[in-house]
Design a binder for this molecule. Structure first.
Ligand code: NDP
Ligand code: 2IT
Length: 443
């Protein structure tokens, strides 16, 4: 067996019942075959075996009291995956589906994404199986305070800097930051995605969605396409989806879909962004309420947004939400580009179909890197005790996304896989981390 296959077999054997983690590792390691063949120092130093094992996984009890006075217990996680190029950095996800496999897949992806960002940040991820939906603000605060009362021991501005992800936005970051400061007495950039009055960065909220569209624009314009006049299908209606929708509209596209875990909307003439943003960000409402107020829209609780005719598809909800049959529908409907706002939203079978059919495909670790990149810009501002203007941050975000597109295209071409941005992203992201690991010895 060759080295990559050995490591894949070993990883599967050592991590039973972790399908998402194995899926992410398989995708990355498969892409790395030409690099591993060309550069024997990686095998000689057994680098892949070290890469797939987190430096540290912290799992902890999170007890809290609900509004009825009942004691609740959730599981908390922080996987500090790789610190070769900087302190661990990555979001916290609060969703009932969270388990060790999900956090490890996200942490593993984060290593390469953060490397691609060009910023000095390592990879980590955390979260809990806590469900914030339907909880009162007091319950969310009680949970966040308990979560950070354990996690604070392991994080810090120079060790590990968590941020948001599914179910964790400005409200949760605020509660966690307040508790961290109370316990440690330190006012430091230990979390990103903070509110603007206490160390947050302008444009961080918009950054993942905007960055996704910036990267997608580079990719499609290289082939003579444009967002101007394009029909765009988006899934999700959370942080990433909302600001992808806004930027696509600003560039002249018509965004025809959005979804949440109950259903999805089809708006033939374009979604009402201001209404949607207020419904989701302020009212914490559901999409069926959008449908009630918009007779023009079709609301469905079955099927997925990918059945709609579109030019560009932007999956922005969660992992494995775009399947083989969805890929077939997109291809049949003439879609020419898919860019992943979510982490690993397309199944491996779907990716293969899309690429074989000649669609442009930008994987999440490149396409959604604008969020963590702007988090790193927030860290920079915190260290400098300065706040940059929105224009300055947006301009930096834009140039980061342009650079990511450039490095993933060049890496793909260098290994004879022109326009295969999956391979390009994995190789470009890997090399920097791998070389840093080699330079630092067996650690
Ligand atoms: P939010 O919690 O703000 O929004 C998530 C959206 O996806 C909601 O509309 C939610 O619907 C839907 N969704 C989540 N889980 C499921 C599920 N299992 N089935 C169906 N719908 C689901 O999260 P974000 O927008 O921050 O994150 C979306 C994706 O983007 C995730 O994959 C995340 O890892 C990734 N990402 C996020 C970044 C960030 O900066 N926030 C950065 C890079 C990537 P509902 O409200 O009904 O649950
Ligand atoms: O998946 C991701 O990159 C995020 N959830 C953002 C991480 C961050 O540290 O801003």
């Amino acid at each position: 067996m060759n080295y990559v296959d050995c490591i894949l077999a070993e990883t599967a054997a050592k991590n039973p019942n972790q399908p998402e983690f194995i899926q992410a590792v398989t995708e990355v390691l498969d892409s790395l075959r030409p690099v591993i063949d060309a550069e024997p120092q990686y095998e000689k130093n057994n680098l892949l075996a070290r890469l797939v094992e987190p430096e540290r996984s912290i799992i902890f009890r999170v007890p809290w009291v609900d509004d009825k006075g009942n004691v609740q217990v959730n599981k908390g996680y922080r996987v500090q995956f790789n610190s070769a190029i900087g302190p661990y950095k990555g979001g916290l996800r609060f969703h009932p589906s969270v388990n060790l496999s999900v956090i490890k897949f996200l942490g593993f992806e984060q290593i390469f994404k953060n490397s691609l960002s060009g910023m000095p940040i390592g990879g980590g991820k955390g979260g809990s199986d806590f469900e914030p939906k339907g909880k009162s603000d007091r319950e969310v605060m009680a949970f966040c305070q308990s979560f950070i009362t354990e996690l604070y021991k392991y994080i810090g501005a120079y060790t590990d800097v968590p941020a948001g992800d599914i179910g964790v936005g400005a409200r949760e970051i605020g509660y966690m930051y307040g508790q961290y400061k109370r316990i440690t007495g330190r006012y430091e950039g230990v979390l990103t995605g903070k509110g603007l009055t206490y160390g947050g960065s302008l444009v961080r909220k918009q950054a993942t969605g905007y960055g996704l569209v910036y990267l997608c624009r580079e990719m499609i314009e290289a082939k003579g396409h444009s967002f101007e006049g394009a029909k765009v299908a988006v899934s999700g209606s959370g942080n990433v989806a909302l600001y992808a929708i806004e930027k696509a509209i600003q560039l002249g596209a018509t965004v025809v879909t959005a979804s949440d875990s109950n259903g999805w909307i089809y708006e033939k003439d374009g979604v009402d962004f201001e209404y949607l943003k207020d419904l989701k960000e302020v009212k914490r409402g559901r999409l069926f309420e959008y449908a009630e107020d918009h007779p023009s829209c079709v609301y469905s609780t079955t099927g997925r947004v990918w059945s709609v005719k579109c030019d560009i598809a932007l999956p922005c909800a969660t992992q494995n939400e775009l399947h083989e049959d969805d890929a077939r529908a997109l291809i049949a409907n003439g879609c020419y580009a898919v860019a992943e706002g979510a982490n690993m939203p397309s199944t491996p079978e779907a990716v293969e179909l899309l690429q074989k059919a000649g669609l442009l495909f930008a994987p999440g670790k490149a396409a959604n890197a604008g969020g963590v990149s702007t988090s790193a810009l927030e860290m920079t501002q915190n260290s400098q005790r300065l706040s940059w203007s929105a224009e300055e941050v947006d301009e930096k975000l834009h140039s980061i996304m342009v650079n990511i597109y450039k490095s993933i295209s060049e890496a793909a071409e260098a290994y004879g896989m022109k326009d295969n941005f999956v391979v390009g992203a994995n190789i470009a992201g890997f090399k920097k981390v791998a070389d840093a690991m080699l330079a630092q010895g067996i650690v």
